[in-house]
Design a protein. Structure first.
Length: 92
């Protein structure tokens, strides 16, 4: 069944056309994962990483603080809404 669906094209999950293979760059992937984790920790210092591309965050405290402060942007940025920054702390 799977092969028959693959032959039917993109609407069934398999693109038609040329397939391009890209060499993995595990060092770069790992470095970017660490950057993402640092951002996640701004929102939840107790963030748990399940793997390089999987994370679990509890945003409850951040969202409550954001609601109290009148909305706004990212963690620790004073609610400016302009993309993060801040002191890297929990925002408390």
């Amino acid at each position: 069944i799977g092969q028959a669906l693959c032959r039917r094209g993109p609407e069934f999950g398999m693109p038609r056309g040329e397939l391009v293979f890209v060499r993995p760059d595990f060092a770069k992937y790992t470095a970017v994962a660490e950057v993402a984790r640092a951002i996640f920790r701004e929102y939840d210092p107790k963030m748990t990483a399940g793997s390089l591309d999987e994370a679990y965050l509890d945003l409850t405290d951040h969202l409550h603080k954001r609601a109290r402060d009148g909305g706004g942007g990212g963690a620790g940025d004073g609610g400016s809404g302009e993309g993060g920054g801040g002191d890297g702390g929990s925002g408390e």
